[in-house]
Design a protein around this ligand. Structure first.
Ligand SMILES: NC(=O)c1ccc[n+]([C@@H]2O[C@H](COP(=O)([O-])OP(=O)(O)OC[C@H]3O[C@@H](n4cnc5c(N)ncnc54)[C@H](O)[C@@H]3O)[C@@H](O)[C@H]2O)c1
Length: 462
């Protein structure tokens, strides 16, 4: 009995990425009574988790990893041993959009998830609770259950859904103070027993009323819907920014006025270059695929439009640059301030900067790129892209001799730069396209810049 109890104090997470690493560090930190092992097939990533330079940047993450690593938090590539030892297995591998075959461009590619399930069958020699932490299409748990139950060892695997709602850039504080934790389980006796064990982990620091126990499909669907609704707010305000640019309205004023309605609220109502990140687009497309699968054409087209509008906003931003730089950027140098998909992360997956950068290169512009944390990832993203690209570790050097600055990421430090010094070093006339509406536009205009915000009137000397 004691051995049985101990087994459920050994937690394994398969997948040491942006979700697996921080999530498990937070559990180890808040639950000293549990041992937490994070395993991955990527040896380099695991070596980095075991070093002083963690593989991902998140404010506050270094401190909790340093505090727990080697005590009750361990990183390993020895997946078989970890599977044997642990009673609870979180699976946090990547679930990208399928790029081939049926559902290409929409459905989730579950090959990594399935490989993990097969590894669990191969190495487990007792019953396990398997928890989906990755974002998966609805009814994935059922499919996983079927794969796991196909084992010939007579073992029982209880599959639960515990989607992760943390946001990159604020992962540690989101994990420490989550709005809610969702634990979905099959409504069977063993499912509910397993659900209680997962709830007990979170109850170490999350108030009980914030831990929701649901059925497994509600849990899976809630994650897709939460991301779809967040992205939909961004596309909604970006669509309004296009109207504002054609009229005398200012999107910042509209957004403030609308957001003060407490039924609507102010968050995710900032116009800009569009959303990015590995999740929003992928999860909406997943929802669209699901709706198509069930013949819900109107619902599918409704959500698809959120992604199409986002692509339109990227294109509109580039068109605006070209139009205002005398209809050509060929041979002109443009500084990209920011390449990460948002501030406080080095993650560049699906970043608007990739699409905007590539469109500018197609127009034969030359790019100077600066980002405080995402330069290495930016190089990887643009590795095979034709055109002249230079990368800078200093924003002032990045802007030197350029014709324009396109601000693409909302890093706070961008607002604090000495723009007089930057202006003096640039080719004239100097342009600034503030894709995040975060700079002091009047001040920039006074310095001499031609200033182009998103969704409000430009300030031009020309
Ligand atoms: N990034 C986010 O902000 C976020 C937030 C909530 C949910 N999610 C979801 O969480 C999941 C993981 O996202 P991520 O951003 O951490 O991805 P990631 O790519 O950063 O990490 C996934 C890790 O899984 C590893 N992996 C793949 N196959 C494996 C296998 N068979 N065995 C062991 N390890 C394997 C990869 O090597 C990689 O290190 C996705 O489903 C994503 O949609 C992400």
């Amino acid at each position: 009995m004691d051995q049985e109890k101990d087994k459920y104090r050994e937690i394994l997470c398969i997948g040491a990425g942006y979700v697996g690493g921080p999530t498990m560090a937070a559990i180890a930190d808040k639950c000293p009574g549990y041992n937490v092992t994070v395993a991955d097939i990527d040896e380099k990533r695991i070596a980095a988790w075991n070093s002083d330079t963690l593989p991902i940047y998140e404010p506050g993450l270094d401190a909790i990893v340093k505090k727990t690593r080697g005590h009750n938090l361990f990183f390993t590539t020895d997946i078989p041993a970890a599977i044997k030892k642990c009673g609870i297995i979180f699976v946090s591998v990547n679930t990208p959009t399928k790029t081939f075959g049926d559902g290409a461009g929409k459905a989730a590619d579950l090959q990594y998830w399935e490989k993990t399930a097969r590894a669990i069958i191969e190495y487990a020699d007792d019953d396990k609770i398997v928890v989906e932490k990755s974002t998966l299409p609805v009814r994935a748990a059922e499919a996983m259950s079927r794969i796991l139950q196909s084992n010939t060892k007579g073992l029982n695997f209880e599959v639960l859904s515990n989607p992760e709602f943390m946001a990159e850039g604020s992962a540690v504080s989101d994990l420490e103070n989550p709005d809610r934790v969702l634990v979905g389980a099959m409504q069977t006796r063993s499912g509910i027993e397993a659900q209680k064990k997962i709830v007990a982990i979170y109850a170490n620091w999350v108030p009980k009323k914030k831990i929701l126990s649901t059925n497994v499909w509600s849990s899976e669907l809630s994650k897709l819907v939460a991301n779809a609704m967040l992205a939909q707010r961004i596309s909604s305000i970006n669509s309004i920014s296009a109207i504002c640019e054609k009229t005398d309205a200012d999107v910042n004023e509209v957004s403030k006025a609308v957001g003060m309605d407490n039924r609507i609220g102010p968050k995710f109502l900032k116009a800009g270059v569009g959303f990015g990140g590995s999740c929003f687009k992928k999860d909406i497309l997943n929802l669209v695929y699901l709706c198509d699968h069930y013949g819900l054409d109107e619902v599918a087209r409704y959500w698809e439009q959120v992604v199409l509008l986002n692509d339109y906003q990227n294109r509109r931003f580039v068109k605006n640059i070209i139009l205002n730089m005398f209809n050509t950027v060929a041979g002109k140098k443009i500084a990209l301030f920011g390449f990460a998909f948002k501030a406080d992360t080095g993650d560049t997956r699906e970043s608007p900067a990739i699409y905007i950068g590539k469109m500018l290169l197609e127009e034969r512009a030359e790019l100077n790129i600066f980002d405080p944390k995402a330069l290495e990832n930016a190089k990887k993203e643009l590795k095979d892209t034709e055109g002249k690209i230079e990368y800078f570790e200093d924003p002032y050097e990045c802007a030197e001799n350029t014709h324009a600055i396109a601000l693409l990421t909302d890093w706070k430090e961008f607002a604090d730069y000495d723009y007089k010094r930057i202006f003096d070093s640039m080719a004239k006339p100097a342009f600034i396209f503030d894709g995040r509406n975060m700079l002091d536009h009047k001040k920039l205009f006074k310095i001499g810049f031609n200033v182009f915000p998103v969704g409000s009137e430009p300030m031009k000397h020309l």
